[in-house]
Design a protein around this ligand. Structure first.
Ligand SMILES: O=P(O)(O)OC[C@H]1O[C@H](OP(=O)(O)OP(=O)(O)O)[C@H](O)[C@@H]1O
Ligand SMILES: Nc1ncnc2[nH]cnc12
Length: 265
């Protein structure tokens, strides 16, 4: 299901950081699911059999009003992108269908990968956490902390840490954390940004997995790795739900391994 990156293919997306005054990218392409007018269409829930009992909230009236959870039997469907087939392929397709592409957001030339439908569907969200949990348990038996990146990394970090029975530390944008902090500034295409961590968040030698929703140019994740370096912690892996391969973030992050559940060009 997931993907551990060593190298990335050709560029075709524009990073969010290139917004101010930048011309539209000639490489941007809208997904067939997307619509030029308003909200891109999200396909109806798959008819899949849950491989675990759905949370009670999945059948609540409130859940039913929103993006309904996928239900029915998981079948071997074969041939998902990346050579995935069967149940893993079906899970992956479910996730893909819950990521909504928005062309030209937040500015012309950016194809924004919107995870709000994924968060709204309890089965899809749970699938993300299940898959990340299974990967991390299999690959890294000893993790001391999950570190969530501000802000969408916070949607996954604490939940994942709970599953693993460990704590979650926060890497935040400048000026949000009290007490002594370490900070790292990183270049955006236009200007600078800064990430911070509390100086006592992790101890030297502790093993940390960084988590964010999405890897684009890798600038944000790279700054987070720098913060860990400042605290002398060991970064085991940079894990993301979505990797925009064409922006080559994984190359920028070397030698730190990158793991992603969904990859887009
Ligand atoms: O790989 P990069 O080019 O650095 O881009 C990836 C980052 O961009 C997005 O965050 P954003 O800065 O938009 O902040 P948000 O999570 O608070 O929306 C995303 O959640 C990643 O953190
Ligand atoms: N294309 C994109 N979609 C969603 N979040 C992003 N962060 C950076 N690039 C992004």
């Amino acid at each position: 299901m997931g993907h551990t990156t060593s190298n990335s293919p050709l560029a075709s997306s524009r990073p969010l950081s290139s917004c101010p005054g930048s011309p539209p990218s000639p490489h941007i392409h809208a997904s067939p699911l997307s619509s030029c007018h308003g909200f891109p269409r999200i396909p109806p829930p798959l008819r899949l059999q849950p491989w675990f009992p759905p949370h009670p909230s999945a059948s609540s009236p409130r859940a039913a009003r929103g993006a309904r959870p996928a239900e029915g039997r998981l079948r071997s469907a074969g041939g998902a992108r990346g050579g995935m087939s069967g149940e893993l392929g079906a899970r992956r397709r479910l996730l893909e269908e819950r990521v909504r592409p928005f062309p030209d957001f937040p500015c012309p030339g950016v194809l924004f990968r919107d995870i709000t439908p994924l968060l709204k569907d309890p089965i899809a969200f749970r699938t993300v956490v299940d898959l990340l949990e299974a990967h991390l348990k299999a690959r890294y038996p000893q993790i001391d902390f999950i570190a969530g990146l501000d802000s969408r990394g916070f949607l996954f970090g604490p939940v994942l840490a709970q599953r693993l029975g460990i704590g979650c530390v926060l890497i935040r944008k400048k000026g949000k954390l009290p007490g002594p902090t370490e900070s790292v500034s990183y270049a955006l295409e236009y200007g600078q940004a800064e990430l911070e961590i509390q100086s006592d968040a992790v101890e030297p030698g502790e093993k940390v997995v960084l988590i964010d929703d999405l890897l684009a140019t890798g600038g944000t994740m790279c700054a987070a790795c720098e913060l860990m370096k400042k605290l002398k912690a060991e970064v085991l892996e940079c894990a993301v739900v979505i990797e925009l391969k064409s922006l080559k973030g994984a190359e920028k992050l070397k030698p730190f391994p990158v793991y992603s559940l969904l990859q887009y060009d």
